[in-house]
Design a protein around this ligand. Structure first.
Ligand code: PHE
Length: 334
């Protein structure tokens, strides 16, 4: 019984003292071992009381050791590591933003200044949003323009081949005026090389309102390319997309004095950077917008190729290989 009092009153200010106490009571040759061995010699009428007392003692001693250890740990932490404001900081490795994110954010920022919001949609799409609503009915030969990864056929479920699918969703759910850009990852069954990959990233844009003209499209693109590339010349070449009419391809002129290897391979200063056009009335109809009342333009560009261009990266595969030696070069970029 006097041991119980001793245990209850025990305190310690060092881990060593706690350990000595622990060995004395709970160790292999400790007092409690002795008491338990003693138990069989105790007279029968005292067994009950003796048993209860040593059980209590064991529990008290165990609890005491644990609580003392814990409070000593806490005080050493607060006195040592956490309380000393003069300690030098740990060297923290800062990561770098991925070049795709850097360029994507730049594009979003430029368009946000002229009133475009950002919309997103699923990478796994149905046939309607990726093709049919965009004026590509079944068996339309233009479906072959984009080599599609199918997940399921009949009904067709696929990996989106462009983020035009997001624009369809946006038109279905919003009334004009519409000004939105849709960044995201897209997939095409293409051979992987230094110049192309089976997945890449796009930003597509959509502007729908009353009396929107081709001149508005051209002016918007001129503004955008100037903001992104600096002083730049662009040219629009007639082209074909099922969802726009008329359609054009946009080339940007890269001055010869800043010619990079990447552009040399094209053999000219003109570089194709996006497709665009006036939204086909069939597409507006498919998405519940009256083409008699509204018109609009759309455009789409690949972020990856623009990132190669702006950061003079020679191989598109570097963008998805997660090589730290490559990625850390973008440290400190926006
Ligand atoms: N969706 C087209 C593509 O993936 C790009 C584009 C968008 C072209 C809008 C015209 C208008 O290549």
């Amino acid at each position: 019984k006097e041991h119980i009092v001793e245990v209850e009153q025990f305190t310690a200010d060092s881990k060593e003292a706690v350990e000595t106490f622990r060995i004395k009571y709970l160790g292999k040759k400790g007092l409690l071992k002795e008491f338990f061995a003693e138990f069989k010699n105790v007279a029968n009428d005292q067994k009950k009381e003796f048993g209860q007392t040593i059980n209590t003692l064991q529990k008290l001693a165990t609890d005491k050791v644990n609580s003392l250890k814990e409070s000593l740990d806490n005080t050493s932490e607060s006195q040592g590591v956490y309380n000393d404001l003069t300690r030098p900081g740990e060297p923290i490795e800062l990561g770098a933003r991925h070049p795709i994110s850097i360029v994507k954010n730049q594009i979003i920022e430029i368009f946000s200044r002229i009133g475009f919001n950002v919309s997103e949609g699923p990478e796994i799409e149905d046939d309607w949003h990726n093709f049919t609503a965009l004026n590509l009915p079944e068996y339309h030969p233009a479906r072959d323009m984009q080599d599609t990864f199918f997940i399921q056929t009949n009904p067709d479920i696929l990996l989106r081949t462009h983020t035009s699918s997001v624009q369809v969703r946006y038109m279905e759910n919003n009334k004009p005026p519409i000004r939105t850009i849709s960044p995201g990852r897209v997939y095409r069954n293409e051979a992987i090389s230094a110049r192309s990959h089976c997945f890449f990233h796009q930003v597509e844009g959509l502007y729908i309102d009353k009396n929107v003209s081709f001149a508005d499209l051209k002016q918007t693109l001129q503004f955008f390319t100037t903001e992104l590339f600096g002083k730049s010349k662009i040219r629009l070449r007639p082209s074909y997309f099922p969802f726009t009419e008329p359609s054009a391809e946009v080339d940007v002129y890269w001055g010869l004095e800043t010619e990079t290897d990447y552009r040399m391979t094209k053999g000219t200063g003109w570089l194709e950077i996006m497709g665009c056009g006036m939204v086909d009335p069939n597409v507006l109809n498919n998405c519940g917008i009256d083409p008699e009342e509204y018109s609009g333009f759309a455009f789409g560009m690949g972020i990856d190729r623009i990132a190669l261009l702006l950061h003079q990266i020679s191989d598109i595969r570097l963008l998805s290989e997660n090589d730290v030696r490559f990625l850390e070069q973008f440290r400190g970029a926006l």
